[in-house]
Design a protein around this ligand. Sequence first.
Ligand code: NAP
Ligand code: G4F
Length: 343
Amino acid sequence: MKKALVTGITGQDGYFLTKLLLEKDYEVHGIVRRNSQNSLGNLESLNESDLQNVNIHWGDITDNLFIDTVISKIKPEEIYHLAAQSFVGFSFENPKFTYDVNISGTLNIINAVKEYSSTSKLYFAATSELFGKVQEIPQKETTPFYPRSPYGVSKLAGFWSIKNYRESYDLFMSNGILFNHESEMRGPEFVTRKITLAVAKISKGIQDCLELGNLDAKRDWGYAKDYVEGMWRILQHDAADDFVLSTNETHSVREFVELAFKFAGIEIEWEGSGINEIGKDVKTGKILVKVNPAFFRPAEVDILIGDHTKASSKLGWEPKTKFEDLVKIMIEKDLERITRNNM
Ligand code: NAP
Ligand code: G4F
């Protein structure tokens, strides 16, 4: 039985990756940081028998003694390093914290592999945020990087640390340059989930209006379940390398909002522009969407659209879920949750 260690196992990707690894009969180990509720985050949505098969190690990736101990004890065949301060907006307010977790924490993992488990294959969760102020459309592995946030800068340090250790010490360390991927397990502060939660509540009459920042931002949005399959394939490849995973399509925040309302049975129309733009219910004329400058970022990534040709040809990976289906999955799940909780 192969052993896999997952950092960030309580997050969105950790949930889907754990399910995939258990299906593939891995012995799954996960790192969970302590919280006052003793909560296992998204893992609590696993069925009971799956949850019992996950070996939890309580600790923080910024604690190098803890990381050394866990990695030297388990010596996993595969390590998926997903743990991060992953919210771009928060990274502008808390750059030091973001660097501590995303740079020092990543260095702790990489160095522990080198010192105590050099045959482990390591996956690092790099990101399309590395492309930032894009230098080429679409973006692929050879596109120059230009990060636009403390988060992006921190992930750039992780990306190059992986490459540097790979080349210096002949270790199997790969970067997954993943474009945005969302799901019903997405954290509520990210724009897709913020939208589907609000639209579900508005359609049930328990929220009046949705306030957003930049409606023009464009992202290449895929489904997280498809992307964890890509992570796994990256570590099954015969050599360590760097791969873009994307859908090769881009859509604006505005389009996401329109579609989410449509799936909740509400047609909206837009009026005005800039910070005065509003979205109105076509039937009732009620204002359902407003722009709030508080949600704008000091520097924006205007457009992301990937090219996953390399992952297709070398790994046989393809995203399966289309944009419309992703929005539908998310809104249906939030409608169901809200109805169930009678909120
Ligand atoms: P997420 O839902 O925010 O999950 C982040 C995970 O990291 C959570 O389990 C969190 O634990 C854990 N974590 C944070 N700080 C930690 C620390 N100091 N010690 C231990 N664990 C810590 O993120 P995600 O969407 O699943 O993304 C997974 C990874 O892929 C992240 O590195 C992210 O930056 C990267 N990425 C994501 C996307 C995307 O679109 N989703 C795209 C490209 C790259 P808590 O539950 O305790 O907070
Ligand atoms: O959903 P977001 O916060 O995701 P963002 O910044 O693209 O980052 C996500 O994807 C990255 C991969 O490209 C990951 F590396 C990262 O960890 C994370 O998972 O924002 C998406 C867009 C931005 O342009 C933002 O300005 O939506 C815009 N937006 C407009 N109004 C908003 C809002 N974003 C948020 N979170 N909240 C708003 O009200």
